[in-house]
Design a protein around this ligand. Structure first.
Ligand SMILES: O=C(O)CCC(=O)C(=O)O
Length: 226
């Protein structure tokens, strides 16, 4: 979905942005490996913000969710060579329900910035799990994940699929899709940019939410190259 030059600009932004460096936190996995994430709710005024506002993402997201969308949050997942940690099985709505959204009408677009495969901890999904409804989530080490007994049984029920991706590939996934990823055991980084969207009919009804939902000003298709 994004070409080599566009991805190079995204990577340069991740590498040189003090904003990203300053907001990166670590949620160690069960083995104590560093699962690093930088997350923000206002669309950033940089190349990554253009990706969040990009028609290739926003138009597809609108089509998939069937309604106009607004930005929920965006994040960079930084899985360093050799030491990048795993993410437990979870549904994003397992968290976002507690932000007050009444319906599971949110979704994410995950842009691969590096080649992602099983060795460097690509995303794994359980096919069809978005039809299960929201599972209970609890603390698993420093992360939150789907309740373990239920999760083990669900893994026997549904096939898992490793999302092997080339740089510039984009995975669109529903907020109830169960997903996880393994540690990075390779000598290659695994960077990904994920922008998440909600529909206007699903703004939080309880809790702190994510602030007001301004409409997205979609950028030009060639914005990343200009
Ligand atoms: O990047 C990963 O490996 C995990 C991403 C993830 O779990 C999420 O976006 O909710």
């Amino acid at each position: 979905m994004f070409g080599r030059k566009e991805v190079a600009r995204m990577i340069a932004t991740v590498e040189h942005s003090t904003r990203i460096a300053d907001t990166t936190s670590n949620m160690p996995d069960r083995e104590g490996r560093a699962s690093r994430i930088s997350l923000w709710t206002n669309i950033s005024e940089d190349v990554l913000g253009l990706v969040t506002r990009h028609p290739r993402i926003v138009d597809n997201m609108t089509r998939l969710l069937g309604e106009p969308v607004y930005h929920w949050h965006s994040k960079v997942m930084l899985k360093s060579a050799y030491e990048g940690g795993a993410w437990e099985w979870h549904q994003d709505y397992g968290y976002w329900y507690y932000d007050g959204c009444p319906y599971p009408r949110l979704a994410s677009a995950m842009v691969a910035l590096d080649t992602a495969d099983e060795e460097n901890g690509c995303l794994r999904v359980l096919v069809g799990s978005h039809h299960l409804g929201r599972l209970d989530h609890g603390r698993i080490g420093n992360q939150r994940g789907a309740e373990l007994e239920r999760m083990t049984a669900t893994e026997r029920l549904l096939p898992s699929y490793s999302v092997i991706a080339d740089p510039g590939d984009v995975l669109f996934f529903h907020c109830n899709l169960l997903h996880s990823s393994g540690p990075n055991l390779s000598s290659r980084h695994r960077l990904a940019y994920i922008c998440c969207y909600n529909v206007f009919s699903n703004t939080p009804i309880v809790g702190k939410g994510h602030g007001p939902p301004p409409p997205i000003v979609v950028c030009r298709d060639d914005a990343l190259l200009r």
